[in-house]
Design a protein around this ligand. Structure first.
Ligand code: NAD
Ligand code: G6P
Ligand code: MN
Length: 444
């Protein structure tokens, strides 16, 4: 079996150790010869990398391990780039969330003005990774889950049209794991789903077991009462199960009510209930603060402990079980498995009554040729209308970035369903521009 060489871009991410543990659990189906970490913040990456090196060596000393901030070292001789960078880090996420809230508007990592501001920062960072990969390992694939995935996907579609890059999100997979639990099945592959939409903006239309039985009626009934909340032991399933995520999962009951024939992505909450979301958010202590005080603290202190003891034994580290979708994708590309996965791809007729140039999230078969999307056909008026408005926001952000256009960025902000008026859009934009000078192109 071929042994792969990977680089994790954003080595200092809070999600890196969970992914490393998950990769090490899957070596039988995805053998590795080399793991490299790349980040532009050496100090942050060092803490995570030194611990991960110990974890890797304890599991399989034959795997080469290296951490670097040098692109040539990082991107030379790799088969797969796994990218999860956060340009501006939590300091900027906090501002993305708090500035809109000052004006009574949703403050969220990927939705509304915060997501737009983050998009304006991420485009350059992700394009750089694509270029490094193409320069030093032109046959490699880049699996990107750096956010906001929708905007990054539109930017790479336009600006790097021939690159071997796939954008992916863990939200639908995570929700599908709850479907499995609600329905009393054991594993993700026990169900087969149909889903379409934009990233963080989509709907399930069909869910069946392996025998073809329709499971939608049972799920719809459950979701109308409980949303996607399940009774899992919190210790067992950590991501998407803290208080804040539980509230989002529960709210899916109300989100579903608008179109009970389908099951919605949890992120639609921000577009359908912006007033409710703002009312239930502390403008002085947002999700960024929660993450800094919990996940970031826990991950960094566990890593420091491993380095201090020079062993991972006895230190509790979470395996990111649900991140195994990354391995599924890498395996599909490497071993031509035709695994069925939800990926973000150019529409190009998949949804027949929707912009062919939109980046949509739909089921695809994954082979060494990349993703081969399955047809969706026509979608209903409500979803079409919502998606057209949202995709226009995403496209305007990329226009603004390319043309350095203040006007286009204002239009993007004004068009977001989360923003009540053109004047509020302008105030939020001006505040966000002020704090993002270091990261955005200079606007004219
Ligand atoms: P984090 O801040 O802990 O980690 C991000 C790392 O990226 C940091 O170490 C930072 O120094 C590094 N970085 C920033 N800009 C860089 C650049 N230009 N080049 C190289 N490295 C750079 O963030 P996190 O909370 O662990 O999240 C990481 C990313 O993964 C975010 O973009 C987040 O939104 C995304 N994410 C996506 C999904 C999905 O569904 N697609 C799921 C989870 C997380
Ligand atoms: C889900 C989404 C990601 C997002 C993450 C935020 O996994 O799919 O795109 O980055 O949630 O989670 P956090 O715990 O950082 O708020
Ligand atoms: Mn996502």
């Amino acid at each position: 079996m071929k042994k792969s060489s990977i680089v994790i871009a954003g080595g200092g991410s809070t999600f890196t150790p969970g992914i490393i543990l998950m990769l090490l659990e899957n070596l039988d189906r995805y053998p590795l010869r080399s793991i490299k970490f790349y980040d532009n913040d050496a100090e942050r990456q060092k803490v995570i990398a030194e611990a991960c090196e110990i974890i890797v060596k304890e599991k399989d000393p034959s795997i080469e391990f290296l951490q670097t901030t040098d692109p040539e070292t990082a991107f030379t001789d790799v088969d797969i780039v796994m990218a999860h960078i956060r340009v501006g880090k939590y300091k900027m996420r906090e501002l993305d969330e708090k500035i809109p809230l000052k004006y009574g508007v949703v403050g969220q990592e990927t939705c509304g003005p915060g997501g737009i501001a983050y998009g304006m920062r991420s485009i350059q960072g992700v394009l750089e990774l694509v270029d490094y990969m193409e320069k030093y390992s032109p046959n490699a694939w880049l699996l990107n889950y750096s956010n906001p995935a929708a905007i990054v996907a539109e930017a790479t579609r336009r600006l790097r049209p021939n690159s071997k890059l796939i954008n992916i999100c863990d939200m639908p997979i995570s929700i599908e794991n709850n479907f499995v639990e609600i329905l009393g099945f054991k594993k993700h592959s026990d169900i087969i789903t149909r889903y379409y939409g934009l990233n963080h903006f989509g709907w399930w239309t069909d869910i069946r077991d392996q025998d073809g039985n329709d499971l939608m009626p049972k799920l719809r009934e459950y979701v109308s009462k409980n949303g996607y909340l399940v009774q899992t032991d919190l210790e067992e399933k950590k991501q998407h199960s803290d208080e804040s995520w539980n509230a989002t999962y529960k709210k899916a009951a109300d989100v579903q009510a608008l179109d009970p024939d389908t099951l919605p992505n949890t992120y639609l909450k921000y577009y359908f209930f912006p007033d409710y979301v703002v009312e239930h958010t502390d403008p002085n202590y947002t999700r960024a603060n929660q993450v800094i005080d919990t996940r970031e603290k826990e991950v960094f202190s566990a890593c420091r402990e491993i380095v201090e003891k020079q062993t991972a034994e006895g230190t509790y580290m979470e395996v990111d079980e649900h991140a195994s979708y990354i391995v599924d994708l890498a395996v599909g590309l490497t071993f031509n498995t035709y695994e069925r996965m939800l990926l973000i791809v150019e529409n190009n007729g998949i949804i027949s009554n929707f912009d062919p140039t939109a980046m949509v999230e739909v089921p695809c078969l994954v082979s060494s040729n990349g993703p081969e999307p399955l047809a969706i056909g026509t979608i209903p008026t409500m979803q079409k209308g919502l998606m057209e408005q949202q995709v226009a926001v995403e496209k305007l952000v990329v226009d603004a970035w390319e043309e350095k256009s203040y006007q286009k960025l204002w239009q993007a902000m004004a068009l977001s369903r989360t923003v009540p008026s053109v004047s509020v859009a302008k105030q939020i934009l001006d505040d966000l521009y002020e704090v993002n000078k270091e990261y955005w192109p200079e606007l004219v």
